[in-house]
Design a protein around this ligand. Structure first.
Ligand code: GAR
Length: 199
C-alpha cells in the first residue's frame, strides 16, 4: 500500500485532536492515506506543534494578513500544491471557505462536524441540541461543498444526550466518536469507495 497512499493535508484552527486521530491512523502502513502537511489559519493553534513533532510539514497563515479571502485562499492552494496533496481534511478549521477554493477540491475535501447533520449546521451545536431537549446527538463526516455543512454525509455516529449534560460533557462524548469515524471516512475516501456519494 505504501507506494500509492493518498497524500492528505489537514486544515486546523486549534487543538487538533481530530488531526491527531488521523495521524495515528496513518501510522499503519496499510492505511491508504498519509498525512503530508498540516495548515492552520492560526499560528498559535496547539495542533501545529503536535504535527511538527511528528515530523509533518506545517504552515500557518492568517486571513487578516491578506487583502481578501480569495488572496488568502490562493496562498493556501499554493501551499497545498507544494505538498502535492490529493485530499484535504478539515479538522476544526473554523473559517468558511470560498466557492473557488471549495470547488477546486470538490469530491476531495471532507470535514468533521459535531452534530447529526443536517441538524445544527454552523456553530454552538451542543448548546443548541441541549436547548432543544435532544435525546440523541453525534457527529458527521461529510464532503465540503460551498453551502456551510451542506455536503453529502459520509459517516455519522450517534451518542445519547444525558439529563445532566452540559455543552462540555456532551462535546467530550461526541469527540470520542469523531476520533473513531474520521479516520474511517478518510480510509473510505482514499480507497475510492465514495465516488457514488460524491457531490
Ligand atoms: C471538533 O469537535 C470538530 O468537530 C469541531 O471543532 C472541534 C475541533 O476539535 N468542528 C466544527 O465545529 C466545525 N464547524 P479538534 O481541534 O480537537 O479536532
Amino acid at each position: 500500500m505504501s507506494g500509492n497512499r493518498k497524500r492528505v493535508a489537514i486544515l486546523i484552527s486549534g487543538r487538533g485532536s481530530n488531526m491527531s486521530a488521523l495521524i495515528e491512523a496513518a501510522r499503519d502502513p496499510g492505511y491508504p492515506a498519509e498525512i503530508v502537511g498540516v495548515l492552520s489559519n492560526r499560528a498559535a493553534a496547539p495542533g501545529l506543534a503536535v504535527a511538527a513533532a511528528e515530523g509533518i510539514a506545517t504552515a500557518s497563515l492568517a486571513q487578516s494578513q491578506f487583502p481578501s479571502r480569495d488572496m488568502f485562499e490562493d496562498v493556501m492552494t499554493q501551499i497545498l500544491e507544494s505538498w502535492d496533496v490529493d485530499l484535504v481534511c478539515l479538522a476544526g478549521f473554523m473559517r468558511i471557505l470560498g466557492e473557488d477554493f471549495v470547488n477546486r477540491w470538490a469530491g476531495r475535501m471532507i470535514n468533521i462536524h459535531p452534530s447529526l447533520l443536517p441538524l445544527y449546521r454552523g456553530l454552538h451545536t451542543h448548546e443548541r441540541a441541549l436547548a432543544d431537549g435532544a435525546t440523541v446527538s453525534g457527529c458527521t463526516v461529510h464532503f465540503v461543498t460551498p453551502g456551510l455543512d451542506e455536503g453529502a454525509p459520509i459517516l455519522q455516529a450517534q451518542v445519547p444526550v444525558l439529563p445532566d449534560d452540559t455543552p462540555d460533557t456532551l462535546a467530550a462524548r461526541i469527540l470520542v466518536e469523531e476520533h473513531r469515524i474520521y479516520p474511517e471516512a478518510l480510509r473510505m475516501l482514499a480507497l475510492g469507495e465514495l465516488t457514488a456519494t460524491r457531490q
